[in-house]
Design a binder for this molecule. Structure first.
Ligand code: NZQ
Ligand code: ZN
Length: 392
């Protein structure tokens, strides 16, 4: 397996405007004659001032708003934005929010200009996945460090009627620019701060905890993100501690965990995310909380396949020493204990779920074609059952 870094193309066109008081600078990023639809969620951005500051930065441009994008954004809600855009002729989208608002905006950017029925954009058992050739341009103001949606081309949409949560990526879906103001995290409740730390941690693990191919930069970059998150987490998750340096490191760590910098030419897993998405879909568990439940179980079940990387992870990230077996066990225990120290659930019982829910989760994986996944393509429904059972 140790064949070295694989061939890769790499391009990330998103411009980042990072730091204090950066929203005003979006004026220079959006065409003066744009008609802007401002997209947001349940209202946090109106309460913390991000909405008003964005409108001010739009200056004389024509604009309107589309609110109510829910956590785990739905196709059904987003299609209402598509209808508004097509009726009223908007030319630019401005997302203000966390991963859900930004993901939803990405889908809308494709759906609003799609030649055909937008249900056919994403496939995944809900439509046909037809080729997509254009997107409406958009920018973002990030309010929740977690997904890195502000600097990647992926998004995840829930289809309520079809009972599916589908991930999709398209090079047309990079934001043109994203504003990263760490101070916008000051209004986040502890639960969302914890979710963000875990999501960023697990994104890094999905790209790192596979098998070694001697990709030294990607490995050490990933280990740096993991160590940073471990170091700053106790400060970051204290919602009353508005420690700017810690929040700034948190925001940039989460962006780097999934903006493509740690993945060029390396194997990736993503099985924890796929198992977690089914839990969100059926039981409404927050994305981050599904991951703190699944990852430790995944590490236990996939110990042999991930053996070499587990040793590297244990040694370099947790500074463990001793026999290989002890390092592997120690690395898994340290990871679980880290999640518990944040107050995150690490088993089904912690979110009041039991064995009776597993069959439905597996049926969802099968229905959405999430079989033979992972870095080796050998993660089938039998293994998925073992992971869910180990997480009980
Ligand atoms: O809706 P509002 O009122 O804005 O409240 C939100 C929401 O209730 C609140 N919030 C956000 N910023 C806030 C704030 N509250 C106070 N102050 C602020 N500054 O937080 C709640 C959760 O927001 P959400 O956007 O749902 O969280 P997150 O950023 O964790 O996004 C989760 C979604 O992203 C997808 C997930 O599956 C899920 O649907 N993912 C997207 C990825 C990507 N695009 O690359 C990768 C991820 O693995 C993930 O799957
Ligand atoms: Zn995630």
């Amino acid at each position: 397996m140790n064949q070295g870094i694989r061939n890769f193309n790499f391009q990330n066109p998103t411009k980042i405007l990072f730091g204090k008081d950066r929203i005003k600078d979006i004026d220079a990023e959006i065409p003066k004659d744009a008609k802007v639809l401002v997209m947001y969620g349940g209202g946090s951005v109106k309460r913390n001032g991000a909405f008003d500051r964005t409108i001010k930065a739009l200056g004389e441009r024509e604009w309107d708003e589309f609110g109510g994008i829910e956590a785990n954004p739905t196709y059904e809600t987003l299609m209402k934005a598509v209808e508004k855009i097509q009726q009223e002729g908007f030319t630019y989208l401005m997302a203000i929010g966390g991963g859900s608002v930004i993901d939803g905006t990405k889908f809308v950017s494709l759906a609003a200009v799609f030649d055909g029925d937008p249900i056919d954009i994403m496939g995944g058992g809900v439509g046909r996945q037809l080729p997509v050739s254009k997107a409406m341009p958009f920018g973002t103001v990030l309010t929740l460090p977690a997904t890195a949606s502000e600097m990647n081309n992926g998004f995840v949409i829930t289809f309520v009627e079809k009972k599916a949560k589908i991930a999709y990526g398209n090079p047309l879906c990079f934001p043109q620019f994203s504003v990263l103001e760490p101070e916008l995290t000051y209004t986040l409740p502890k639960r969302q701060l914890v979710n963000g730390v875990i999501d960023a941690f697990v994104h890094t693990m999905e790209c790192y905890l596979t098998y070694p191919i001697n990709a030294k930069i990607q490995d050490r970059y990933a280990e740096g993100i993991l160590q940073t998150l471990i170091e700053i987490a106790p400060t970051v998750i204290d919602e009353h501690n508005h420690d700017y340096p810690a929040r700034a490191n948190f925001m940039w760590a989460a962006t780097n965990a999934l903006n493509g910098f740690i993945t060029p030419g390396v194997p990736q897993d993503w099985a924890s995310h796929m198992l977690g998405h089914e839990m969100t879909l059926v039981h409404g568990i927050d994305h981050g909380r599904t991951l703190s439940i699944i990852l430790p179980a995944m590490m236990r079940v996939r110990k042999q396949q991930k053996w070499d990387k587990l040793i590297q992870y244990g040694r370099r990230v947790w500074n463990l020493t001793g026999a290989d077996e002890d390092i592997v066990e120690g690395a898994i225990e340290k990871t679980e204990a880290f999640f518990q120290s944040l107050g995150a659930p690490t088993c089904f019982a912690d979110v009041e779920l039991g064995e009776e829910c597993i069959d439905e989760l597996l049926a969802g994986l099968e229905r959405h074609g999430k079989v033979n996944i992972s870095e080796r393509g050998d993660f089938d429904l039998v293994v998925a059952r073992r992971v869910y059972e180990t997480a009980l």
